[in-house]
Structure formats: C-alpha cells, structure tokens
Write a protein that binds this ligand. Structure first.
Ligand code: IMP
Length: 195
C-alpha cells in the first residue's frame, strides 16, 4: 500500500476523497500519524494555506501528504470572505451569522457573482503540486434549503434552479468545487507509475 496523509481529521472529507483514489492508496488522518496539534493557517490565500498544512506534515513527519483549503469568493467584495469563510462573522464559526453578514454586505449590490474554490496542495517525495476546483454561481438574497453546510443555503450554482442546500447531497457532490479539485488530484495520482 502507498501511504498518503490527508491533513485533516474531518471524516466526511476523508470518505469523499477515499472513494475516488486508487485502491492501493492507504489514507491516513492527522490523528492516525499522531499529529494532535492545530496546524497553523496564517496566510491570505487558499494556495498558501493548503501548502502550509501539507509542508508542516511533510517536514515534521516525513510522510507524503496533501491538504485542502476552501473559500467562498464574492466578486463585489474583492474575493471576500475567501480564506476567512469559516469565521467571517467571528471566531465561533457560525454558518448563519456568516451568511447574515454576507447578505447584509450585498444588500444594495446587483453583482452577486461568486464562486467556491477548493485548493488541494500535494507534496510527493518533496515535489509540490496544486489542484484548483471551482464552482461558479451567485449569492441569492435569502436562504433556501436545509441541506449541506456553510454558505450552501445562499449559493445558487450556475445553470441550476436550486441552491446547494436544496439539491440532494449526491447532486451537489457531483458538481462541487471540492469534487472537481479531488477529481483532478485523483486523476494525477492515477497517471503516476506507482498506482
Ligand atoms: P474548509 O477549508 O473546507 O474548512 O472550508 C472553509 C469554510 O468554507 C467552511 O467553514 C465553510 O464556511 C465554507 N465552505 C467550504 N466548503 C463549502 C461548501 O461546500 N458549502 C458551503 N460552504 C462551504
């Protein structure tokens, strides 16, 4: 088996990724390698934050590793909340407060274009690679739907009539930013000789 650390302890993310990777990849979480501390995420871009997490594991534990970072980028707000998406309205990471803050900022703004972007940073034997998955859409004026998480109730993906929170999870997972980034990453791994 080829051991690869996913710099996360989020089991939902782990399952989503593990279903798409080559069969001989053994995915390890941070907990499984004994990394119990919070890895710093101190940068202003998704790319730098994802790389920072992957480098931390590669340098400290000497294991091949990948890490992800996701943000919602709103054009009229110069790309905010971006790297601050999780705690846009404060440290408590409350999705409803985050959405309320965003809706208030966009109250009198016509340009509602936005995108979710997931960056995956991979370090394989010291070589660093980035994969970028994008879901384009717009921020609607009110929350719709109960499914999903985060900003899903106010995000209408381009070409669809339902928000990410209204559509079945299976459908969201076929068009999402995270799916697209994972797919590119998985295709890259498949193209290598070890798999
Ligand atoms: P993370 O990098 O995956 O932890 O994502 C950071 C933040 O972006 C989350 O806390 C959510 O607020 C937001 N986010 C990420 N992915 C999604 C999504 O698929 N739907 C809605 N919000 C998301």
């Amino acid at each position: 088996m080829f051991k690869l650390v996913f710099a996360t302890n989020n089991l939902n993310k782990l399952n989503e990724v593990s279903n798409m990777l080559p069969e001989n990849v053994e995915l390890l979480t941070l907990e499984q390698i004994g990394c119990l501390e919070d890895i710093p995420e101190t940068h202003d871009t998704l790319e730098e934050n994802a790389l920072q997490k992957a480098r931390y594991v590669y340098e400290k534990y000497g294991l091949n590793c990948f890490a992800d970072d996701t943000g919602l980028e709103v054009d009229a707000l110069d790309g905010r909340p971006g790297v601050h998406s999780a705690h846009y309205a404060g440290d408590q990471r409350d999705s409803h407060n985050n959405m309320d803050k965003l809706l208030k900022e966009l109250e009198h703004i016509d340009n509602r274009n936005a995108r979710f972007r997931t960056v995956i940073a991979l370090i394989l034997d010291g070589e660093e690679l980035l994969f970028n998955g994008i879901a384009e859409g717009e921020i609607i004026k009110e929350k719709h739907g109960e499914g999903g998480f985060g900003y899903d109730p106010i995000f209408l993906p381009e070409g669809y009539q339902q928000t990410f929170a209204q559509m079945p999870l299976k459908q969201k997972n076929q068009i999402s930013h995270r799916y697209k980034a994972i797919k590119m990453f998985a295709d890259y791994l498949m193209s290598l000789n070890y798999f």
